[in-house]
Design a protein around this ligand. Sequence first.
Ligand code: HT7
Ligand code: ZN
Length: 876
Amino acid sequence: ARPIRLSDYRPPDWLVDTVDLDIALHPTRTRVRSRLRLRPNPQAAGPAAVVLDGDDITPLSVRIDGVPMADSAYLATPDGLTIPQPPAGPFVLEIETEIDPSANTKLMGLYRSSGNYCTQCEAEGFRRITFFPDRPDVMAVYTTRIEADRDEAPVLLGNGNLIEQGDVPGTTRHFAVWHDPFPKPCYLFALVGGRLGARTATFTTMSGRTVALGVYVESGKEERAGYALEALERSMRWDEQAFGREYDLDVFNIVAVADFNMGAMENKGLNIFNDKYILASPETATDADYAHIEAVIAHEYFHNWTGNRITCRDWFQLCLKEGLTVFRDQEFSSDMRSRPVKRIADVRVLRGHQFVEDAGPLAHPVRPDTYREINNFYTATVYEKGAEVVRMLETLLGRERFRAGMDLYFTRHDGRAATVEEFVACFAEAAGTDLSQFMLWYAQAGTPELAVTRRDDAQAGTLSLEIAQVLPPTPGQPSKLPMVIPLALGLVGPDGDDLPIRRAGHGPVERGVLVLTRAAETFVLEGVPAGTVPSLNRGFSAPVKINADLTSDDLRFLAAHDSDPFNRWQAVQTLASELLIENVAVIRAGGAVRHDGGFVHALAAVLADERLAPAYVAQVLSIPSEGDIARDIGRDVDPEAIYLARQALRRALGNDLAPTLRILYERLRQDGPYSPDAASAGRRALRNVCLDLLAAPGHPAAIALAAAQYSEADNMTDRMAALATLALHDTPEREAALADFFERFRADPLVIDKWFALQAMIPDPGTLDRVRGLAAHPAFSLANPNRVRALIGSFAQANHTQFNRADGEGYRLVVDTVLALDGVNPQVAARLATAFRSWRALEPTRRAAARAGLERLAGTASLSRDVADIVERSLG
Ligand code: HT7
Ligand code: ZN
């Protein structure tokens, strides 16, 4: 039946007004009774069969308007249930099924995690619970009765508000009835039953309503749920202030579970989270963990409006909720923390994941137009590039008109399932502007490349910028049209100050944003003295690659003076990247790497600038990753040479900057108890970058410093940073610290994940055997996605030299794991298989080995649809 195409979209034949579920939980025989009020869709073509989706379930009984149906009156298949001749008008359909949550290793539908019951229905999990038109444009009002053994599941949670609860007379069982008055698609359905402890609070909304908040965790871990609860309160307040969005139910619950396919899920009134994004204490969570928790809590909460109240018409519109909600959570984190540092971090993620995706065989538009397996489209392109597209709308329209567009979207589409066209139309209308060319951002895959050429006319006092845009071909899209690109520009005058931006013949450039619309165009800027340096794409106003004719002197000038913190950081990154790429070539040719005193000097100047926040300086000091360098090189990639070039630069920085780094390291020492706030985290970040660079040359004194920090740390950030530094040096201190870490935290699987991940990332040839050994460790389990991602995911995605071993053994390990995992959890197996997405960019030996790995997967009988889809597209 697959592939599914956007162009084939048809409105549903039948609508569901209400869903009444009665779910009696049992470890292996959970009984599900569903009662659907169906009516023909007036928008559909005419009388039609009722076709319900199902996956791995069989009907025990089917009734129409209370009358049992003969088995011959409906057709049950592995994919669902069809009633060929339903009543002509509205009717009530009742279906009974029985499911086995304990046998559910796919973690989609109803399953058990640490003995607790929980659900995951996005994208197509509800059909594993009961038969239903499992598509987001069928929105219904749900009432759910949950029944369970009181001992086994004292806590019973559902969507909406709790309307009834009690004991089942004469039994050990009890029940709870939840009613959600807001129509929703079935992917937002959820229930939880188990032995859970909670942290609770109340929140008073902007209109004065009281909402009961609860964060439920494994009993005994309530202490670690406090930060998540506070983050939830901050998110709720922020959405009122920034977007005027108020929460709408009497209750908002969050539940943390240990076995979860992704980060978290925005089920209406009952978010379910991977416990990794809830549980935090200074001893067990790093500053980065705290920041992620805050961001994910916010993201899922913000879905209440962008995703739940207004949902997607179909899964092709996924970016409508995900891109927009990522944009909203990024804005929230920027307001809670440092805006420039958040922007830099987000762009690092975008380039590290989305640009890589865009450059390989898995590239797809922000709104794909075809898919075989929707679970494979929860990608960096849909999420991160989707957020950039929303950000560009704001940049193009300005804050006020953008907000007016959002307001219109909220009022016009509340309670509906919408499309990208309808979303963009709100901005076009609110701003009185034509956004038809802008729609190409949703339709065309690939990262635009801008070539920028400067022409100075000293006499006329003008600077001309000739800008050409090219969008490279991507799978299924050999040629492209020019895009609308908002390019925020600065002109840094010879004295280092910003100059006004005026276009000859046009006057001042609104908000300093040049709007590119053609394949090639020239912007003549006036009032520009000689020695002015353009600062292009300030704040990363568009998700593009820029190839500008800026010299190293220009970049050093920007690194010292640019008033735009993003571009100041970018200038240093570009300088580093150019040096590293040059040295990679030198290494491959057997030569000696070039030491660049100018680059060291530029970094020293940033280090010496006391006006800069430590968190920002930490970002400047973090040179491009191996992945960044590989991506910038783009073809014939040799990961070993990249590693060596990067190591050489890190050593040079560690040696040349040692005195300054050492002074900073001491000055930034923590002077009170640990606090996860952004300023304290920034100081730790910079201190730990200093430590890592100091240790890079491998001097025993620096290794001892790291070992001392490891054992003296009173928080996980400092302990983990020291361990990560030690992990890069093959010393007795490394093995001692790793052994100590395991003993300290062996009872805490989330912390042991850090231990798995760190070892998987060690760039030594011995890592392959180490990872094989760890995969057999009692703390490892293929059944738990966090364990798999920590050990095998980190090896495949973050250990460039060892995953890409020239002998192909790294690929073999990952292929073996994908195959073993596919029968357990195909969604997670498919995600792991995407590690091969850049195989074509490798040098010939590794390319051949990676291809052989993919072909081994392709040649395996009975691959899941999830893995088969990734493998076929990767080879395609
Ligand atoms: N909307 C959710 C995406 C999702 C998911 C979450 C958990 C398990 C499986 C899932 N499939 C899709 C999470 C989000 O982006 O907010
Ligand atoms: Zn989301």
